[in-house]
Design a binder for this molecule. Structure first.
Ligand code: ADP
Ligand code: MG
Length: 691
């Protein structure tokens, strides 16, 4: 390997090994940081900056802050040998405003470097204790170097063996060779969205002269990350290509439907219904994401939308991820719709061939108004007569493609996707960039908080007693086991082991049931039905009960190995209890003693609000690990922080929309370079990114 071969005209895709000072060992370490090429190096951004622009006076020092200041040594160096490996060097310095004690550890050179009566430039963190000011291990510079030292210092994320100084030198070196990045946003566009030039951004993210320059630089680079992603997402989903719709909905009076309900809608439900109505009556096709915590009452909102569609002469459909859930929706909705002369059908994998044929025929003949179902709905042989509205429940269980497949069974259909998986707003915009967002942020009245406790195995016997008490009061209990690993057989074993213990050891005099993913749908339905009818006291299950199921008599959920679940999943599970008037409980069992794991389960104890839980989980784990992101194929960002960069995200989204409206296939000359950049970055993924 020849070091430092290149001294000028460096190419962006050149290996970093050719930079001066980068030997094989360093190459390895840099690779660990994800730096392979010059471009990677330039895109290795500081995580923060040190402000050394200002010269301060000692009197201004605040405890814990960093300062650059000029001061005179007032004493000779005091040397204290504490033990073999620890020698302390200390002295006092002063300026016109005050005095500061300086201490260094094991730095022999201090003794010869600093001279009593001389002035130096120092940089360090102030410690203030009862009015006494001091600094530990401040950096020392000669006064002559002041112009060189004063400024803004980038702070890079490091790995052991790579120091700040080393990285800074490398960045400088790479930069001195002026590797120009191709500007892919034209002047007009940059002006419109207030963005600086790319190479200016690159220079100022690493070597800024002012904090304004840092902000401009970051704004541009973050915009790029988000803008390109939005463009890619939108191209996949074809959103901006929405034509005006041919069909026209007229306003219908929904009171006839609402009057049938045994409850009054919450304000939040009414607000969301208004938003949906507005969409449907407008001349744009509805594309809306409805988020609402578990139990917030999304199904009824969906029903109102379907009612409006049907009253306008269209068919509507609702797709749910499991047979159990589809059945539940069917039962609840048919209860009302059958009274209004609206024909509702259901189709799942348990529908017999014969019945399916009949349903298909009726659908095509417009004899069915609303069809509820599972994935079976997207099968080839299902044709609608006049599909006007598609609703997907628990959207995160489906891919974009499945959603589109269903929508494509009609022309310009209105789409409503619903999810209880609470996604922080930024992520929602990110993942569902094409969708308008509605939120039900209010629970139906009278709901009690599910009391949640995180405990370890030492509580086993107490839990058994508690379960008995609940059952003896007439209530029912879920016991949930996590997926231990990707191995179905092993998972089955772990549920069955617990089932065996509960049935044959702890609860011999009770009815214990088991339900898991390996069972036939028919079997599962029977078990769920029995549980609904309170013929089963304790239901042992894997996460098949995760979504949607409603048994209001169930008041206790015990979750085994709770630390193996994501918080979003735990919150979903917990939503299965607390659905009636009884006080409900959730016990999270875990023997994981790690601080992080305990902290996560504590969040569950403290909060009953899905959005809070998700937000905290996101903060704790970082966006990279957050539920859904990995799965959805979203890239890791280099600079963007989804928690804080929401403004730029919104900007980028508007920009992407506007651009595609003007030039939907990026065919205009002025967008050539942008198109190339987009393909360089996402070309291979353009068909598989998306939620
Ligand atoms: P989710 O949003 O989790 O899908 P559901 O739509 O299943 O919630 O509603 C949960 C329960 O709350 C259902 O039994 C439903 O009938 C009931 N419900 C919905 N809206 C209200 C309301 N405004 N007042 C009282 N109960 C309601
Ligand atoms: Mg639901």
């Amino acid at each position: 390997m020849s070091e430092g071969k290149l001294d000028y005209n460096i190419k962006l895709d050149e290996n970093i090994q050719y930079l001066k000072g980068v030997g094989p060992k360093k190459v390895e370490l840099l690779n660990k940081l994800g730096i392979y090429t010059i471009k990677d190096l330039l895109e290795y951004y500081p995580r923060n900056y040190e402000d050394r622009t200002k010269l301060s006076n000692i009197i201004e020092f605040i405890d814990g802050e960093y300062y650059l200041f000029v001061a005179t040594i007032s004493d000779s160096i005091h040397i204290q040998r504490i033990r073999k490996n620890l020698t302390i060097y200390s002295t006092f310095v002063y300026d016109d405003t005050g005095e500061c004690k300086m201490t260094w550890f094991n730095q022999k050179y201090i003794n010869t470097k600093l001279h009593k009566g001389d002035k130096y430039l120092f940089y360090g963190k102030a410690i203030k204790n009862y009015g006494v000011v001091s600094m530990e291990s401040p950096q020392i510079y000669n006064l002559n170097d002041i112009d060189k030292i004063q400024g803004i210092y980038p702070i890079y994320p490091l790995t052991s063996g790579i120091t700040q100084n080393y990285l800074f030198k490398l960045e400088t070196l790479a930069y001195m060779n002026k590797p120009l990045l191709p500007e892919f946003l034209n002047d007009k566009f940059r002006k419109k969205y207030g963005l600086c030039e790319l190479n200016y951004a690159m220079q100022n993210v690493h070597f800024p002269k002012t904090f304004n320059a840092v902000n401009d630089a970051r704004k541009r680079l973050i915009f790029d990350e988000l803008f390109l992603l939005q463009l890619a997402l939108m191209s996949v989903k074809n959103i901006s290509l929405q034509e005006k719709k041919v069909k026209k909905f007229t306003n219908v009076n929904i009171d006839e439907f609402l009057d049938l309900l045994p409850f009054k809608l919450t304000n939040a439900q009414n607000k969301v219904i208004d938003e949906i109505k507005k969409d449907m009556l407008s001349d744009k096709v509805m594309n809306r994401l409805l988020q609402g915590d578990v139990g917030s009452g999304k199904t009824i909102v969906a029903a109102v939308a379907m009612y409006i569609a049907v009253k306008n002469g269209y068919q509507a459909t609702m797709m749910a991820p499991t047979t159990i859930l589809a059945n539940q929706h069917f039962e609840e909705l048919n209860k009302y719709f059958s009274l209004l002369g609206i024909n509702v059908e259901i189709i799942t994998s348990s529908t017999t061939k014969k019945n399916k044929r009949i349903i298909c025929e009726k659908l095509e003949n417009n004899e069915i108004d609303i069809i509820i179902g599972t994935h079976s709905l997207i099968e080839e042989d299902i044709h609608f007569n006049n599909l006007g509205l598609v609703i997907t429940d628990e959207q995160h269980r489906f891919g974009v493609k499945q959603r589109l497949k269903l929508s494509n069974k009609g022309n310009n259909v209105e789409t409503l996707v619903m999810t209880a998986t609470p996604i922080p707003r930024t992520l929602a915009i990110m993942l569902y960039g094409d969708l308008d967002l509605s939120i039900i942020d209010e629970m139906p009245p009278g709901r009690k908080i599910v009391k949640t406790y995180a405990v370890d195995d030492s509580y086993e016997q107490r839990i058994v007693k508690f379960i008995k008490r609940n059952i003896d009061e007439g209530r029912q209990v879920y016991v949930v086991c996590p997926l231990v690993e990707e191995n179905e057989e092993l998972n089955l074993k772990s549920v069955e082991k617990i089932y065996d213990k509960y049935k044959n050891e702890y609860f011999r005099e009770y009815n214990v049931g088991i339900i898991h993913g390996k069972m036939k749908n028919k079997e599962k339905d029977e078990i769920m039905q029995a549980f609904k009818e309170n013929k089963i006291n304790i239901l042992i299950s894997t996460t098949v009960i995760e979504v949607g199921i409603s048994v209001s008599n169930a008041t206790l959920m015990v979750i085994e190995n709770a630390d193996r679940f994501g918080l979003a999943a735990l919150h979903q599970l917990r939503g299965r209890v607390g659905r009636g008037d009884y006080q409900s409980f959730c016990i999270l069992k875990s023997n994981n003693k790690s601080i992080k794991s305990r902290e996560r389960l504590k969040i569950m104890e403290k909060s009953n609000n899905g959005f809070d839980v998700a937000q905290k989980d996101l903060e704790l784990r970082g966006p990279g690990d957050f539920f859904g992101i990995r799965q959805s194929g979203l890239p890791e960002f280099k600079l963007t922080n989804l928690l804080t960069d929401i403004k730029v995200l919104q900007n980028a989204q508007v920009a992407a929309k506007e651009l595609l409206e003007e030039d939907k296939y990026l065919e205009k000359e002025e967008n050539n370079k942008l198109k190339k950049e987009l393909y360089d970055k996402y070309g291979d993924k353009l068909s598989n990114i998306g939620a």
